[in-house]
Design a binder for this molecule. Structure first.
Ligand SMILES: NC(=O)c1ccc[n+]([C@@H]2O[C@H](COP(=O)([O-])OP(=O)(O)OC[C@H]3O[C@@H](n4cnc5c(N)ncnc54)[C@H](O)[C@@H]3O)[C@@H](O)[C@H]2O)c1
Ligand SMILES: [Zn+2]
Length: 481
């Protein structure tokens, strides 16, 4: 401390801790202690903390790393300069050692991390702080990310708007608690669940709330929910004052592996899905596999269709992994889920990194099975057939089309059918579906991904590889319908 007059504060036998975070919560398994911003200097700690002096960093919001993995109750000594009010050493909270897997999405100054963990929802804010600090480091304070200016958030400027839907509100409240613990002012906005919330009126209500707060360019938007919440809240984040920082906390499997990766946000027009939108990358994505425990089984399986899709289009080994881990997959085992989600995110990120704005055509490979699926969803009536269910059927149809074109043999289709069935997904049109092959073709021509009415298909040429074909005769398509 040199000549700066200081006052030493000492607490012994227990940590001073704010009421929300009783000592008992940090007595075990904590590997990092985070101090309130007003603790300016931490000079040393008692050895019972398990912290060696060289690991003590000081400064506002100091964090101690506890190298041996946990901190025990004990004594801590903090020194605060006498200027300003001396306050007791406050341990804001302790970070439990969270095993997590990180997928990095590399998009230049729009790069971000996808953190996948289990049971870590109450730690979201700690990761957001790191993301903010990293952004701040890039350009000391304010930084330009796309058209948005923001950086690390000083404690006086931490405002977060959390958007969720009624079904996942408890998860959003856990996230809110995490932010509140880290000195954020939070506002929780709960929208109706379901696709109907992806519409202009809902977005307009969200804008109104942001005006009321009032939000500014540093206000963080956090989407806690499935793809609907992510797409709608993300669209608001992309457009309000030309862009707010945005964090995704996906809660459905589909959102984990698909909608939260890649920066597409948007809403529906009464005439067409996802017609109004933007590209707006989040500053980070936080996935907790634990929240999938409350996801209805049909929704869960629907997400699995996209997971399986990644195996077919990009990674035969991953496909084999899924075949080998059926029990874990069906039982939502954290280890299997973490691998399946991380690999899916990695594979999607690889594509997005090469074709962020869907210009080179590469991103189109992600639409395997989707030309059929979009038609089936529309013909069945949206909501009757879940997206993933339609994709499962569509993948089988696309694979049959590839067989017919001589691109693959029947075993490639057979393996897909077996895996899809084993996770409870349909592989053929639902009983009672009355639409004809012409109905399906008619719908396909309306798809916004078909260029000038010309049908385009992503077809496998082997397991783990697909290509784009725009020369498939309609007679071949009809033959597989
Ligand atoms: N932006 C993209 O790149 C992209 C990619 C794929 C899909 N999407 C969009 O994503 C949307 C579909 O996403 P979705 O399948 O997550 O739909 P969704 O958000 O409607 O979620 C499905 C249902 O599950 C509920 N739910 C979600 N998580 C839950 C949980 N943990 N526990 C209990 N209930 C839970 C929701 O409330 C909802 O009722 C579509 O609008 C689609 O257009 C976007
Ligand atoms: Zn899809």
């Amino acid at each position: 401390m040199g000549t700066v007059p200081s006052r030493t504060l000492r607490c012994c036998g227990f940590f001073h801790s704010d009421a929300k975070h009783p000592v008992s919560r940090i007595s075990k398994h904590a590997n990092r202690l985070v101090f309130a911003a007003h603790v300016l200097n931490v000079s040393r700690s008692h050895e019972t903390l398990g912290v060696s002096p060289e690991n003590l960093k000081s400064g506002p919001g100091s964090e101690w790393s506890v190298p041996n993995g946990y901190a025990r109750p004990g004594c801590a000594t903090a020194v605060e300069p006498s200027r300003g009010n001396a306050r007791p050493l406050t341990i804001k909270h302790a970070m439990t050692k969270q095993p997590s897997t990180t997928v990095n999405v590399s998009l230049g100054d729009r790069s971000y991390e996808i953190v996948i963990t289990h049971g870590g929802l109450t730690h979201v804010a700690e990761h957001v702080r790191q993301w903010g600090e990293r952004l701040g480091d890039t350009n000391l304070g304010d930084t330009n990310v796309g058209s948005t200016r923001y950086g690390a958030w000083p404690s006086t400027e931490r405002k977060a708007v959390l958007v969720t839907d009624k079904n996942v509100r408890p998860h959003a409240e856990a996230v809110q608690h995490s932010f509140a613990t880290d000195d954020w002012d939070t506002e929780l906005i709960v929208i109706e669940p379901g696709e109907k919330s992806k519409r202009l009126e809902v977005v307009s209500q969200l804008y109104d709330r942001l005006v009321d707060i009032p939000a500014d360019r540093r206000t963080l938007v956090v989407a806690v929910g499935g793809g609907v919440v992510g797409d709608a809240a993300g669209f608001v984040a992309a457009t309000y004052v030309r862009g707010l920082p945005f964090v995704q906390v996906p809660t459905s499997l589909l959102a984990d592996v698909d909608s939260s990766v890649g920066g597409k946000v948007g809403i529906n027009h009464p005439q067409a899905k996802n017609l109004i939108g933007a590209f707006h990358q989040p500053i980070g994505v936080f996935i907790d596999t634990d929240v999938l425990g409350t996801l209805p089984v049909r929704e869960y399986r629907s997400g699995l269709a996209e997971v399986i899709k990644y195996g077919v289009i990009l990674d035969a080994d991953f496909f084999a992994y899924l075949e080998d881990h059926l029990t874990g997959l069906n039982d939502r085992e954290p280890g299997v889920l973490t691998h399946a989600i991380a690999r899916s995110c990695r594979l999607k990120a690889d594509v997005v990194e090469q074709d962020e704005y869907e210009q080179t055509g590469l991103r189109a490979v992600l639409n395997y099975g989707h030309t059929f699926a979009h038609a089936y969803e529309a013909l069945a009536g949206y909501g009757e057939l879940l997206h993933g269910e339609a994709v499962a059927i569509g993948m089988v149809d696309a694979s049959r089309l590839a067989e017919r074109r001589g691109l693959i043999d029947a075993s490639v289709t057979g393996r897909q059918i077996d895996l899809l069935k084993a996770v409870g997904l349909p592989t053929s049109r639902p009983d009672g579906a009355t639409w004809s092959a012409d109905d399906v073709l008619g719908r396909m021509r309306l798809d916004k991904k078909s260029l000038a009415g010309k049908l385009r298909f992503i077809l496998p040429t082997k397991l783990g590889h697909v290509e784009l074909f725009d020369d498939v005769p309609e007679s071949d398509v009809k033959a597989v319908l």
